[in-house]
Design a protein around this ligand. Sequence first.
Ligand SMILES: NC(=O)c1ccc[n+]([C@@H]2O[C@H](COP(=O)([O-])OP(=O)(O)OC[C@H]3O[C@@H](n4cnc5c(N)ncnc54)[C@H](O)[C@@H]3O)[C@@H](O)[C@H]2O)c1
Length: 340
Amino acid sequence: MIDLVEEHFRKEPKTWLLTGVSGFIGTNILKRLLTLGQKVVGLDNFSTGVKENLQQVQKLVGEEAWSLFTMIEGDIRDFSTCKRAMEGVDIVLHQAALGSVPRSFANPGLTNEVNVGGTVNIFQAAKEMGIKKVVYASSSSVYGDSQELPKVEENLGNALSPYAVSKLTDELYASVFSNSTDMDLIGLRYFNVFGPYQSPEGPYAAVLPLWVKGMIKNQPITIFGDGETSRDFTFVENVVDINLLAAHAEKGKAKLRAYNCACSAAYTLNELHDTMQEKLAEDYPHVTKLEKKYGDFREGDVRHSHADISNASEDLGYKPRYVLAEGIDMALEWYKNNLL
Ligand SMILES: NC(=O)c1ccc[n+]([C@@H]2O[C@H](COP(=O)([O-])OP(=O)(O)OC[C@H]3O[C@@H](n4cnc5c(N)ncnc54)[C@H](O)[C@@H]3O)[C@@H](O)[C@H]2O)c1
């Protein structure tokens, strides 16, 4: 299905607004869109995004494809910036947000301003600019304390963090805009995404890049909790695929307000640690000597996360192309070339 969708966009190129373009997922989407000959407007305030990511994409896609890209440095909290960024745009892929559960506990007001205020701006600007399709990043955190496994879209628990509340609120706003306009808004609940361009830096870095950096640099690694916490780790190219599929879906095809985006396979943190250690050992023999250390469980962390992806498969034609082990190989390759 993804091949057909890519072929379609190649034949009939569109103009896309990609918010959060210099972030981890945004950069991967940008690379694919430019490779497919799409025109892309990027909007980012570089708060967590990295300018160097864009330079890497420029090198990879070449000057001809790069000329299809326009960068707007700006903030989604500014409504007029959102509208300006949508001039001549056919499809919006909204990725900009402040991620991280701990960050949202440290500063819930800011998380709300960006993730909710900014997203409402994007939806309202899209409405005013007559855009028919908006695909936006939600999160598996919306499942909160639901014990059900695997997670099915309709069954949510209570939110466990300000970040989860912000993503759930985005989904509620999207429903309202869907019902009150002729826009098609599709939410994608990403489950622990990893891959190239994900930063290992800063206090809110995600687990995989943090551990790769620690292992390569022979620094101690702490696993929060007992290591039996599980996650449905999703390689970023699967996320790019589902964005294109959702962008292509005819109006009405997506019956749910948001879809799971994952591999539908859960791995514990202990398993992830051991797999990474094993894979890195070939190039960095010292990693075999690194002992696991366990710390406290983190506030607001969901214990187990495992997605049912049958709705995304039926309605959007989504099928994860890369399983965890393949994704880890590709991610590690990137980190080996970019970390040191
Ligand atoms: N990475 C994951 O595992 C994961 C999981 C679930 C959901 N998500 C969601 O996916 C999206 C992308 O996440 P990511 O991992 O690429 O994060 P990221 O932090 O790497 O990228 C977010 C981008 O948004 C930009 N941004 C932040 N605030 C902005 C603002 N006010 N105005 C303009 N730009 C702003 C940042 O500079 C950055 O480039 C986010 O909406 C995130 O909540 C990610």
